[in-house]
Write a protein that binds this ligand. Structure first.
Ligand SMILES: Cc1cc2nc3c(=O)[nH]c(=O)nc-3n(C[C@H](O)[C@H](O)[C@H](O)COP(=O)(O)OP(=O)(O)OC[C@H]3O[C@@H](n4cnc5c(N)ncnc54)[C@H](O)[C@@H]3O)c2cc1C
Length: 298
């Protein structure tokens, strides 16, 4: 009964807020059932990096609102972006609608004036990063969206020499099954490294769908070639980044041991967004190392 009351109040609040009408200006279908939406940013819509909003798209459903993290940086004022993975009925319908629209036009741009409603923004736990000096960001799959926004915003503040930025070092770990999942953020990560003169960012990618055994006969030639290029040019041939993309799951024992060695006495804050299952492990590791831990699950 109380639950129903709260639900009604929530609907009324959202109904009032839903006056934030705007429209989709661009859409792109990405690998692994991910849809990137670019939405015209209403002039009064101010948000912080890693905030999320509730989205209603009347073309899909007239009453359903779904939460999504804003993946663009707040410093961008013309539009905001969402990266939405199709996992169920609403996201699946949204994805199919845009895919057929894009296929019809035979190109991935110009999806004019599809109306949407925004409710938000709401803060996420990752927002606390601006109080950190040493931050470790860990993302699983589409859980990278809050960090996509954060990394862009941090870079912006770092360059603007913003006094509000206490951060001294950011370690970023992102794991996903397939190589093509990394595509949409690679450009941004490469830019981040290119502008990063003082090794402020440490970027680590893991392709969990790839075999961990680099010596397996099927892959030995490929890995040997990749290693040779890396040794010679100090750049990963696959991602164009300074560190090689690692096959298999991240070895959290090793990673946390290394971090503790690097920061024996400093205050380190760990932020996680990804599958629930891993959260327990990471929390334990943080407790063991004396690091703080904040998580977000989709
Ligand atoms: C704060 C926050 C931020 C978020 N940010 C993002 C983001 O940036 N990007 C993003 O992609 N997602 C994000 N999400 C998740 C997103 O809101 C959900 O994926 C979306 O609301 C799912 O709606 P749906 O109707 O498509 O899925 P639903 O139909 O509600 O399905 C949800 C889950 O249930 C499972 N399911 C559905 N039907 C069945 C069935 N018959 N049997 C078994 N399992 C089933 C689906 O596999 C799925 O895992 C966020 C969530 C939160 C809370």
């Amino acid at each position: 009964m109380v639950g129903e009351g709260i639900d009604v109040v929530e609907r009324i609040i959202r109904y009032q807020r839903s006056k934030q009408t705007t429209h989709i200006v661009n859409a792109e279908v990405l690998p692994n059932q991910v849809l990137a939406l670019e939405i015209a940013r209403p002039s009064n819509f101010s948000f912080q990096a890693s905030d999320y909003l509730y989205l209603k798209c009347p073309n899909v459903s007239t009453h359903e609102w779904h939460p999504f993290t804003i993946s663009s940086a707040p410093e961008r004022d013309d539009a905001l972006t969402l990266h939405i993975r199709a996992v169920g009925s609403w996201t699946g319908t949204l994805f199919s609608q845009f895919r057929s629209l894009i296929q019809k036009r035979n190109k991935d741009v110009s999806v004019p004036n599809i109306p949407v409603y925004l409710d938000g923004p709401y803060h996420s736990p990752s927002n606390h990063i601006y109080q950190s000096e040493y931050a470790v960001l860990i993302a699983g799959g589409i859980g990278v969206t809050p960090f996509a926004s954060l990394l862009q915003s941090i870079l912006h503040r770092h360059h603007a020499k913003s006094e509000s930025l206490k951060l001294k070092k950011v370690h970023f770990y992102w794991f996903d099954r397939n190589l093509d999942s990394f595509e949409w953020l690679l450009d941004m990560l490469q830019q981040l490294e290119a502008k990063d003169e003082f090794d402020f960012f440490d970027i680590n990618l893991f392709r969990t769908g790839a075999p961990k055994d680099r010596a397996a006969p099927r892959f030995v030639t490929l890995y040997t070639a990749l290693d040779l290029v890396f040794k010679e040019h100090k750049v990963d041939l696959i991602t164009g980044l300074k560190k090689q993309i690692q096959p298999g799951r991240p070895e959290w024992d090793k990673i946390f041991t290394q971090l503790k060695k690097q920061y024996p006495d400093e205050k380190v804050d760990v932020f996680y967004c990804g599958p629930r299952g891993l959260s327990r492990t990471l929390r334990h590791k943080c407790n063991d190392c004396g690091f703080s831990y904040r998580k977000e699950n989709f």
